[in-house]
Design a protein around this ligand. Structure first.
Ligand code: UD1
Ligand code: UDP
Length: 379
């Protein structure tokens, strides 16, 4: 039996973890024992617990309760506590998702103890190192033994950084296994789409079931912590609301803290709510006219549900969405936002070619990992 310690801590990681946990439960029961560690990076009920309940994620075996803090403090605290756990119990591998401080802390702690690191969502790059996430993902990729980029762009980025793609499966931090197996978030969107449709009543609750609305999320530090940018974003949203369209904005706690000090007061049709559950989010995404976001995950979900996406950033890691014409970078420029909104509103047809795998990424990841770890001498 291969034992894997999965590190989660932030909202998108709970969501991604649901896919692998489901695959372990349904297909690898006798071969993999997954332990879950929650760093406590996100802790509000609607940023954490709601996902465990709704998406049937096993309750964490370990809880670190690190909470919020500066990057060094938060990451250091996590590393210290993860290392203690890794020293008291044997794990065959440690699995991390994406690019948060929880990802980096887990990867560094494990790699230095020579425990193979599995990086799900490897290879993505914004080429902008002022983003903490860019630093986290580069460092994590370079200490990982198994790298699973979700897109061809991710594979190419790794290739440019010197990762080799020989078929032999030695798999070590010096010769990692790199494979695009698709995106676990796509697995989830397929799996939960119908459930969300029948179980979520969010569109009725918000009174937009029969009304046109756009869905918006904002949480990146460079948008929330820069008053000029945040005001510009609300200027853009207000202009869109002026056209008669409701703007539904489930608000990350980081953003909520800044909204009161906005000089650009939100229009009545800009509806700021608490963060919503995953089912509510999917329902909103499926029914929205367009999606406006600086989130990584929400950009992809817009694509999965065939919705045009206005990206509130100067660049994106999900470049393929731009290449298909279904995403536009508007940065924090109100004019670009409204121009993109009108361009998408006026378009007649759209093509969303399959880009994110076959909906079974989680199974493929476990197959690849086991093909190495189950070899005699490895486990
Ligand atoms: C983190 C990730 C980011 C990811 C996002 C997903 C890092 C560096 N950033 O950003 O990549 O896209 O999660 O949502 O890891 N807060 C609460 N309650 C909570 C959680 C946060 O009030 O449950 C507030 C705190 O004031 C905290 C702030 O939000 O200081 C930021 O939280 P933090 O986890 O540091 O970063 P995120 O912006 O959430
Ligand atoms: N999400 C959610 N409720 C919300 C906002 C987002 O369930 O109120 C989900 C969303 O559907 C996606 C994920 O959270 O699956 C994206 O996480 P987030 O935007 O926090 O982080 P990022 O993907 O940018 O790292």
């Amino acid at each position: 039996m291969i034992s894997i310690l999965t590190i989660v801590g932030a909202r998108p990681q709970f969501i991604k973890a649901a896919a692998i946990s489901r695959a372990v439960r349904n297909h690898f029961g006798g071969r993999v024992r997954e332990y879950m560690l929650h760093t406590g990076q996100h802790y509000d009920e609607n940023m954490s617990q709601v996902f465990f309940e709704q998406m049937q994620i096993p309750q964490p075996d370990f809880r670190l309760n690190v909470g919020s803090g500066s990057h060094g403090q938060q990451t250091g605290d996590m590393m210290k506590q993860i290392e203690e756990i890794l020293l008291t119990q044997r794990f065959d591998a440690l699995l991390v998702y994406g690019d948060t401080n929880s990802t980096l802390a887990g990867a560094l702690a494990a790699a230095k103890l020579h425990i193979p690191v599995i990086h799900v969502e490897a290879g993505l790059r914004s080429f902008n190192k002022s983003m903490p996430e860019e630093i986290n993902r580069i460092c994590t990729d370079h200490v990982s033994t198994f790298l699973f980029p979700p897109t061809e762009a991710g594979v190419q980025n790794l290739e440019k950084e010197g990762f080799r793609f020989d078929a032999q499966r030695a798999a070590s931090p010096d010769n990692p296994l790199v494979k695009n197996v698709g995106d676990v978030m796509y697995d989830n969107s397929l799996f939960f789409a119908e459930l969300a449709e029948t179980q979520s009543t969010i569109t009725q609750t918000l009174g937009v079931h029969d009304k046109p609305f756009v869905l918006c999320t904002i949480h990146r530090d460079f948008n929330t912590d820069n008053a000029q940018r945040l005001n510009a974003l609300f200027k853009g949203l207000n202009a869109i609301a002026e056209t008669g369209t409701e703007v539904i904005l489930p608000c990350h706690p980081r953003t909520k803290k800044k909204i009161e000090s906005l000089t650009e007061k939100p229009h009545d049709r800009v509806r700021i709510t608490e963060p919503v559950s995953f089912f509510d989010m999917i329902k909103l995404e499926k029914h929205a006219l367009q999606i406006i976001t600086d989130s990584g995950g929400v950009q992809k979900e817009a694509y999965f549900f065939r919705k045009p996406c206005i990206v509130l950033r100067p660049e994106t890691e999900w470049v393929e969405i731009l290449h298909t014409g279904n995403g536009i970078l508007a940065d924090a420029d109100p004019e670009k936002m409204t121009e993109a909104f009108h361009r998408f509103a006026g378009r007649q047809t759209a093509d969303y070619p399959a880009l994110y795998g076959d909906g079974q990424a989680a199974r493929h990841i476990l197959d690849e990992v086991l093909s190495v770890l189950e070899k005699p001498g490895n486990a």
